[in-house]
Write a protein that binds this ligand. Structure first.
Ligand SMILES: CCCCC/C=C\C/C=C\C/C=C\C/C=C\CCCC(=O)SCCNC(=O)CCNC(=O)[C@H](O)C(C)(C)COP(=O)(O)OP(=O)(O)OC[C@H]1O[C@@H](n2cnc3c(N)ncnc32)[C@H](O)[C@@H]1OP(=O)(O)O
Length: 175
C-alpha cells in the first residue's frame, strides 16, 4: 500500500508514507499496546511506515483530542512522549525486521520494547492539529535499535527525541 498524502498536499520537503504499517503485522498477542495496539480500544492506534521507501526514515501520524489537553489549546506532554515512544518502537520494529532480512508481509514483524526514551519539548504543541513524527534509524546493533525522532505540528517542530528499543527477550514472549 502506498499513501501519498504529502504529494496531495504539495510543497517542498513533503514526505510520502510508503508501504504497510508495521503494527498491522504484529501478532494478536502483541496488539494490546496503548500506543499502537489494534486490540486496545482506548489507545492511540498509531501506524508507522517507511517514508519515501528509504528504509532509514519512518513516519507516524496522530491527531490529539481535547481529552489530551495540558492547558486549553495545548497538548499534554505525556501524550507527546507516548506518541514519540511508540513511533520509536514501531520504527525499531521496521528497521530490525528489515536488517534481519525478513519480509514484513511474509514473515511478520520482530517485536521491540522501549529501553530508553528521551524527549525534548521545544514548543507548546497545539491541540487538534495532526502531529507528524519522523523517525531516522541511527543504528541497528544486534538486538538494539536507536531511532532519532522529530514531531511537527504544521510547519513547527514541537518536540524531538530518541528511543533505544530492544528486541523483546524470548522469555517475555507469549508466543
Ligand atoms: C511492559 C512491557 C514488557 C512486556 C511485553 C510483553 C509482551 C509484549 C509483546 C510484544 C511487544 C510488541 C509490541 C508492543 C510495541 C511497543 C511497546 C511500546 C513501548 C512500551 O511501552 S514498552 C514498556 C516499557 N519498557 C519496558 O518495560 C522494558 C523493561 N526493560 C526490559 O525488559 C529490559 O531491560 C530490556 C528488554 C529493555 C533489555 O534487557 P535485555 O536483557 O534484552 O538487554 P541486554 O542486557 O541483553 O542488553 C542488550 C543491549 O541493549 C543495551 N540495553 C539494555 N537495556 C537498555 C536500556 N534500558 N536502554 C538502552 N539500552 C539498553 C545493553 O547495553 C546492550 O547494548 P550493547 O549490545 O551495545 O552492549
Amino acid at each position: 500500500m502506498v499513501t501519498r498524502r504529502a504529494e496531495a498536499a504539495g510543497g517542498a520537503g513533503a514526505t510520502v508514507d510508503e508501504g504497510p504499517a508495521v503494527q498491522d503485522h504484529y501478532p494478536a498477542d502483541a496488539a494490546h499496546c496503548y500506543g499502537c495496539g489494534a486490540r486496545n480500544p482506548f489507545g492511540h492506534h498509531l501506524k508507522t511506515r517507511w517514508a519515501d521507501g528509504s528504509r532509514t526514515e519512518t513516519i507516524t501520524r496522530f491527531t490529539p483530542g481535547p481529552e489530551q489537553t495540558a492547558m486549553p489549546g495545548y497538548v499534554y506532554g505525556g501524550l507527546v512522549a507516548s506518541v514519540l515512544d511508540c513511533s520509536g518502537t514501531g520504527s525499531a520494529a521496521l528497521a530490525g525486521t528489515h536488517a534481519a532480512g525478513l519480509d514484513l508481509e511474509g514473515d511478520g514483524s520482530l517485536r521491540y520494547v522501549t529501553g530508553t526514551l528521551e524527549v525534548r519539548y521545544q514548543r507548546p504543541t497545539p491541540m487538534s492539529v495532526e502531529l507528524v513524527v519522523r523517525g531516522r534509524v541511527e543504528e541497528v546493533k544486534g538486538r538494539k535499535v536507536t531511532v532519532a525522532l522529530t514531531m511537527t505540528a504544521g510547519e513547527d517542530e514541537v518536540a524531538s527525541g530518541r528511543v533505544v528499543a530492544l528486541q523483546l527477550p524470548d522469555e517475555m514472549r507469549s508466543s
